[in-house]
Design a protein around this ligand. Structure first.
Ligand code: NAD
Length: 278
């Protein structure tokens, strides 16, 4: 029987653990959330992040900047929040308008408040196995795998996708957990053959239902990072779930798999940041 990995339940478990920790320790924390413009999808994500803060018993401060905000103004706000001792984590909702350089903005956030784990110092720490903030989606995938009782050590792990926020940190985390890791991307030859070797296959391609049973070894754990809205208004992933589910040993659904983990791990990072100044 294929195990359907329940991201909603695991995310709720993590948030409940944090809520209990906050209530018991009396730890105070505040997340600053910056949004530039009014992209509806970003507004939903920002709203969910604020709700999660409320749920675990910490604060959030919202900065809703107009679409025409200048890069210098955004950088000045980040400088102010970096210097503000009441703020523990700073999150700039991406994507930013085209005329603002994402890299400059991310690099401006103090590494000690980098709860998204995107700052080069955070990525460097992950790379050399030092303590630091880890990008939330890949960190959440490690929790999904571990809390489902699946071991990573010595396993053939294949990651499809090499983006800075998912593919690359995912590969580093699997390596840190003693997996044998292969990273595939748009120029990879023989993608099917490489994927078929995987005990753990993480798919972060951004192409709806591309991965079918032909890519999957019997009994493999398949983690689907993709999120797409289909023509009939439903959500689907990068994996063709119905086609793959009978061959996989364990699989994440979309929705309800990787998605809910990202916010839970953001809360984990926020609590970690708050403890740094305790
Ligand atoms: P991206 O577009 O930055 O990267 C996609 C990667 O896939 C690239 O590295 C590219 O080389 C690779 N790729 C593209 N076509 C390929 C092909 N035909 N064969 C092999 N590799 C190919 O995307 P991303 O930001 O890493 O996101 C990937 C997916 O995950 C998207 O659907 C995105 O919406 C989703 N996502 C979900 C969450 C979440 O919380 N669940 C978070 C981030 C991203």
């Amino acid at each position: 029987m294929t195990k359907i990995i329940d991201g909603k339940a695991i995310s709720a478990q993590i948030k409940n653990e944090l809520k209990e920790e906050v209530a018991k320790s009396g730890l105070k924390a505040t997340l600053a959330v910056i949004q530039v413009g009014k992209d509806p999808a970003s507004s939903v994500y920002v709203g969910n992040k604020k709700k999660a803060c409320e749920y675990i018993g910490v604060g959030s401060a919202s900065y809703e900047l107009p679409e025409e905000t200048k890069q210098e103004e955004l950088l000045k706000l980040i400088d102010d929040l970096n210097a503000d001792d009441s703020i523990n984590g700073i999150l700039v909702q991406l994507p930013l308008p085209d005329y603002i350089d994402e890299k400059t903005v991310i690099n401006r956030i103090s590494p000690s408040k980098d709860v998204d784990g995107f700052h080069p110092e955070s990525v460097g720490n992950l790379c050399i196995g030092q303590e630091g903030f880890v990008s939330c989606t890949p960190a959440g995938i490690i929790e999904l795998i571990k809390r489902s009782g699946i071991s990573i050590e010595g396993k053939e792990c294949v990651v499809i996708g090499r983006s800075n926020i998912v593919g690359k940190p995912m590969a580093l985390l699997l390596l840190a957990n003693n997996g044998t890791v292969t990273v595939c991307h748009s120029r990879t030859k023989d993608l099917k053959e490489i994927c078929k070797r995987a005990d753990i296959l993480v798919v972060a391609i951004g192409r709806p239902r591309m991965i079918t049973a032909e890519y999957v070894k019997e009994g493999a754990t398949v983690i689907d990072v993709g999120i797409h809205r289909t023509d009939d208004g439903k959500l689907c992933g990068d994996v063709d779930f119905d086609n793959v589910k009978d061959i996989a040993g364990a699989i994440t659904p979309v929705p309800g798999g990787v998605g809910p983990m990202t916010i839970a791990m953001l809360m984990v990072n926020l609590i970690k940041a708050a403890k740094l100044v305790k």
